[in-house]
Each structure stands twice: as structure tokens, then as C-alpha cells.
Design a protein around this ligand. Structure first.
Ligand code: NAD
Length: 433
């Protein structure tokens, strides 16, 4: 099948590569000409495991193309995916400007029956608005489908190719049949496609993200209580997670979740509720709890040093919002670094892949090192924010030798508190005694 994917970010590029892997011909479109030029040179605009190899292979075989010419890509496609950003407006609602601009452009370009699919995370009712936007521009027949994406950055391609479920919200039987055909290679072992109306599909995506965020925030709040009462959140997590009704995933306490999705989607969900006089108090609280949680690590560091960090170097390990990605959107490290700098600290940071993005976001005033131990040299404290594998088992002797003061803040509870103390460090975790 000939497909067009509008937007070549974490979702668009990965989906495009995934569909090419399933045997389809994919034209990836972006308004960012520099990004398209980069892709044409075989360079990736994002860091995602296995993506470069797959994109380069399909580009070489002509199954993936890159262009800024949306009209040509759409005219040639049976199915067009919208995978553009849906950031938060000031009031928390989702900004649909990019989606609706895209829909209008698609409407002007379609040349025959076309399935227009929203892959972006969009509020309930957006499919209707996309339908109106396209209809105003074309006389050709078309259908609108909601096909929200559930991939996780860091394992995005694997998630796309082995999805737990494929949600298709559609009212047009012809469009549903095309979506089935499109995803057929992923259905060999089991039919993972959940077909529903567009409104349910749109809401299902928000519900999934809100549930995952709720689990994390619930454990983060319990971690604060565990700390206050002298209990160990690791044992609480293991106890809770071993109940098969609950399961072990997304129960790790830490310094808050980041990324471009959870916070924005919680706010958009709450806003949708407000528009319909339904007060989503749980989603609202989860958002607030996470905003507070993102400050917990910084508060620990600053109060350890009596409220003042002037004259001290503080080393931060990990900048991306989670391991295996260069995405720093809403990353807890950004909140922490602002706190440390406000208290007068000199921040030196290390991350395996996210330094360039962090430099753009933070500007001057933060020093970056390309080696974790170089970053820690002369530091009064080392703060782990992102649990990259290479940072999970630090060489404590080496740290002891290069740090000025021996204080560790483990924002992800991945280090052994005992080992750290045995090596002569003061250790602070999240919800650990
Ligand atoms: N990142 C994730 O893990 C993830 C997972 C599931 C769903 N989502 C949702 O998918 C959507 C996209 O997220 P993302 O992280 O891929 O965004 P992103 O910022 O990484 O990429 C978006 C791309 O769209 C391009 N773009 C914007 N307007 C355009 C237009 N009119 N025409 C062509 N290109 C345009 C941008 O230049 C950019 O390259 C959002 O709604 C997000 O909530 C994201």
C-alpha cells in the first residue's frame, strides 16, 4: 500500500519505518526542511534504538521517501497518517493547530478515496473536526480514522512491530477493511485490532496514559510517606506488584515522570472533562503530584547543603526524560537543574545522547561533560536523574577519588544504598530509609 506520514518525529518516523518494514511504500513528510534533508542523507533527527538501520535500509530500497511536498505525497497515498505535535495550550487543552492545518492541506491534495488517520494524541471529537476540515477542501470521497499510537520512546520500533493492541476508531467499513489490510502482517498470531468508534479510540489513548501516570504518582506519594515513617518503598513496590491483579510495571518511585506525553495528556484529559462538566479529580491530582515530585530531588540536594549551593559543583547524571532516548521534553532533569542553579550551584551534566538537546534547552550556564566521571570531578554531590544502563553500577572507588564531597542522590533508586555507604558515601534515595 502507498502511505503518507505527516510529521517525522518520534511517532511519525518510527511508524513510517514500521510500515515500511511491513512491506508498504511510505512517504514521510515534514514542514521542517532541515529535518527532511537530514533524513535524505541517512541521518536520524531523533535517537531511537535500531531506527537508523531500518530507515536507511528501506530508503535504499525505495520503500521510504522523505519530502516537504505534502500535496504530492498525499495525492499518491491510499492512507495518510497525521503524526504532528499536539502540545498544551495555556489552559491545558490540546493545541490542535498542527493537526487541523495538516487536515486542510490533506483535503486540498487528495485525488481519490483516501483514508485520513490521526495518529497524534487528540481529544475526543477531533476526528469530527478533521473530517470537517478535509471536507471543506475536497470533493473526493474520504474517511477519517482514529489510530492512536502506544509506542514508548526507547523501545519505539519494537513496540510498533509487536503492539499489545492496535486501536482503530472508525465508522466507515471500507476504511476499517483498509486498516485491517495495512496491519495484517502484525496479526498472524492473534488479532490485536480493537475496532471501535472514533470517540472511544480518542478517549482510550488518554485513559491509557492517565492510568500509567497514576500508578507512578501513587508510588511516588507513598515513597514520601515511606521516607517519613522509616519504611522502604522498594519493599512496598515488590509487595504491591506481586499481586497479579496489580502487576509489577510502572510502580517504581523516582523523581517524577517526564516526556512530552503524560503531563500534557493528563491536562488535556482534565480539560475535556471540564468541558463536559465531569471533574476528573484523579487525573488532576496525578498531574499536580508529579509537578511536586519533579522538585523532590532538588529540594533534597539544596536542603542537604543548608539551602545554599554557592561555590559548589553539583554533577547531574542523565538528562533525557528516560533511558534510550534523546528526548528531554518535560524531563525532571530540567526542573532539578533550575533548582540547583537558583540555589547558586554550578551544574555539570552528563548524558550519553541528550547533551545537544539539553544545550539548546538550557543555553549557557550549564557545563556538559562527555564522560560521567569527568562530570563528577570536583563535585560536592552526584545526582542520578536518568537510569541509563551505563550509570546503574557506578565505580564508587573512582567517584570517591574524583569527587570533592561524597554525597549521592539516587533519583531512580537503582544504586545499592549499602554499597554506597560502605564506600564512604552519604546516600539519599527516594522513599528509601
Ligand atoms: N513521543 C511519543 O512517545 C508519543 C507516543 C504516542 C503518541 N504521541 C503523540 O504523537 C504526536 C506526535 O508526537 P511526537 O513526539 O512524534 O512529536 P515530534 O515533535 O517528535 O514530531 C512532530 C513532527 O511533526 C512536524 N510537523 C509539525 N507540523 C507539521 C505539518 N503541518 N506538516 C508536516 N510536518 C509537521 C514537526 O516538524 C516534527 O518533525 C503527539 O500528539 C503525541 O502526543 C507521542
Amino acid at each position: 500500500m502507498n502511505l503518507a506520514v505527516i510529521g517525522t518525529g518520534y511517532v511519525g518516523l518510527v511508524s513510517g519505518a514500521g510500515f515500511a518494514e511491513l512491506g508498504h511504500n511510505v512517504t514521510c513528510v515534514d514542514i521542517d526542511a532541515a529535518r527532511i534533508a537530514q533524513l535524505e542523507r541517512g541521518e536520524m533527527p531523533i535517537v531511537e534504538p535500531n531506527l537508523p538501520e531500518i530507515v536507511r535500509r528501506h530508503a535504499a530500497h525505495g520503500r521510504m521517501r522523505f519530502t516537504t511536498d505534502l500535496a504530492a505525497a498525499v495525492a499518491n497515498a491510499q492512507v495518510v497518517f497525521i503524526a504532528v505535535p499536539t502540545p498544551s495550550n495555556d489552559n491545558g487543552s490540546a493545541d490542535l493547530r498542527f493537526v487541523l492545518d495538516g487536515a486542510r492541506e490533506i483535503g486540498r491534495a487528495i485525488a481519490r478515496y483516501t483514508v485520513v488517520v490521526t495518529k497524534s494524541t487528540v481529544p475526543v471529537g477531533t476526528a469530527d473536526r478533521v473530517r470537517e476540515a478535509v471536507a471543506r477542501e475536497t470533493r473526493h470521497p474520504f474517511a477519517v480514522v482514529s489510530n492512536p499510537e502506544f509506542l514508548k520512546e526507547g523501545t519505539a520500533l519494537a513496540d510498533f512491530l509487536k503492539p499489545a493492541r492496535i486501536v482503530v476508531g472508525a465508522e466507515d467499513p471500507r476504511a476499517i477493511a483498509i486498516m485491517r489490510e495495512l496491519y495484517r502482517p502484525l496479526m498472524r498470531t492473534s488479532d490485536r485490532m480493537l475496532v471501535m468508534d472514533t470517540r472511544s479510540a480518542e478517549l482510550a489513548k488518554y485513559a491509557s496514559n492517565a492510568m500509567l501516570a497514576t500508578r507512578i504518582s501513587f508510588m511516588n506519594e507513598l515513597a514520601s510517606l515511606a521516607e517519613s515513617v522509616g519504611a522502604d518503598i522498594d519493599m512496598i513496590r515488590k509487595t504491591v506488584g506481586s499481586d497479579p491483579r496489580i502487576g509489577t510495571k510502572f510502580l517504581f518511585a523516582g523523581c517524577g515522570f517526564g516526556g512530552s506525553c503524560f503531563s500534557k495528556d493528563l491536562r488535556a484529559l482534565v480539560h475535556t472533562g471540564r468541558e463536559h462538566d465531569v471533574h476528573l479529580t484523579i487525573a488532576q491530582s496525578v498531574y499536580g503530584a508529579n509537578e511536586r515530585q519533579k522538585h523532590v530531588l532538588g529540594i533534597k540536594v539544596v536542603s542537604h547543603f543548608g539551602g545554599k549551593l554557592a561555590g559548589r559543583r553539583i554533577c547531574v547524571w542523565g538528562l533525557s526524560f528516560k533511558p534510550e532516548t534523546d528526548d528531554i521534553r518535560d524531563a525532571p532533569a530540567l526542573t532539578l537543574i533550575a533548582q540547583l542553579r537558583n540555589a547558586g550551584g554550578a551544574v555539570v551534566a552528563y548524558d550519553p545522547v541528550a547533551i545537544e538537546n539539553a544545550r539548546l534547552a538550557l543555553g549557557e550556564g550549564v557545563e556538559f561533560a562527555h564522560d560521567p566521571y569527568e562530570a563528577a570531578t570536583g563535585a560536592s554531590a552526584l545526582v542520578l536523574v536518568t537510569e541509563w544502563h551505563e550509570l546503574r553500577n557506578p565505580d564508587l572507588e573512582r567517584l570517591k577519588a574524583c569527587m570533592k564531597e561524597h554525597i549521592l542522590f539516587d533519583g531512580r533508586n537503582v544504586w545499592s544504598a549499602q554499597d554506597a555507604r560502605d564506600a564512604g558515601f552519604t546516600y539519599h534515595g527516594i522513599g528509601r530509609p
